[in-house]
Design a protein around this ligand. Structure first.
Ligand SMILES: [Zn+2]
Length: 232
């Protein structure tokens, strides 16, 4: 059975209106990364950080999946082999488009995490600094987001997927962020065909066997149709 692993990044959600800290304007413009996306920032001002993620959560719930998200969900449904999406995005647009096999390596806006005992539960729309962990009852609720300086989630499982896949496809990622930047080399070393789909060539495009430039909502559906036309 053939296996496809797809890494997705900010570029796939940008067309749904969700910006990142690299963009001008938007939610991030009023904040410094070290204030809202590090454990130290959260320790300094938990209320500011909770409010920031409350706004991002509300914005993500209002956003709609685009043609690229829907195409990847269709691939998972119709491909005869296995399709796994590993996303750097913290929104739920893959799931809302119908993808079921999604790993959130940088966490998930819809998740709450207890900093005390590690318990996870669905985030309320508005998280408050007085929220108690439903398990240990400690007041230690934080967004289930991997901040700068923290370890991405599920890395062992992700490396296993990369080493056993037939295709590794990167969609809308800059190639600047470790460990994701190293995924292509590892997958290629273990025999995968590697493909980059991006608005412009990424920092690691030379590591890919094949690359296509364009809007995710154009080039992802095109690539999915090509894969399905031969392997449906
Ligand atoms: Zn707890």
């Amino acid at each position: 059975m053939e296996k496809i692993v797809i890494l997705t990044g900010a570029g796939i959600s940008a067309e749904s209106g969700l910006g990142t800290f690299r963009d001008e304007g938007g939610l991030w413009a009023a904040h410094r990364i070290e204030d809202v996306a590090t454990p130290e920032g959260f320790a300094r001002d938990p209320k500011l950080v909770q409010n920031f993620y409350n706004m991002r959560r509300a914005q993500a719930r209002e956003a709609e999946p685009n043609a690229a998200h829907y195409a990847l969900a269709k691939l998972e449904r119709e491909f005869t082999g296995e399709v796994t999406v590993v996303t750097q995005n913290v929104d739920g647009l893959h799931e809302r488009a119908g993808s079921q096999n999604v790993m959130h390596m940088h966490g998930f806006l819809e998740g709450a995490l207890c900093a005390g005992c590690g318990h996870r539960w669905p985030a309320p729309l508005n998280m408050k600094i007085t929220d108690r962990c439903p398990k240990c009852k400690e007041v230690a609720t934080r967004p289930d987001i991997v901040w700068f300086g923290e370890m991405p989630y599920d890395m062992e499982e992700i490396w296993d997927h990369l080493r056993s896949c037939d295709y590794f496809v990167s969609v809308g990622t800059s190639g600047n962020v470790y460990p994701a930047a190293a995924f292509v080399q590892d997958a290629a070393r273990h025999g995968a065909i590697t493909i980059e789909l991006n608005l412009e060539p990424s920092a690691v495009v030379s590591d890919f066997a094949e690359s296509h430039c364009g809007k995710a909502s154009d080039i992802v559906p095109e690539w999915v149709e090509k894969m399905l036309s031969v392997r449906r």
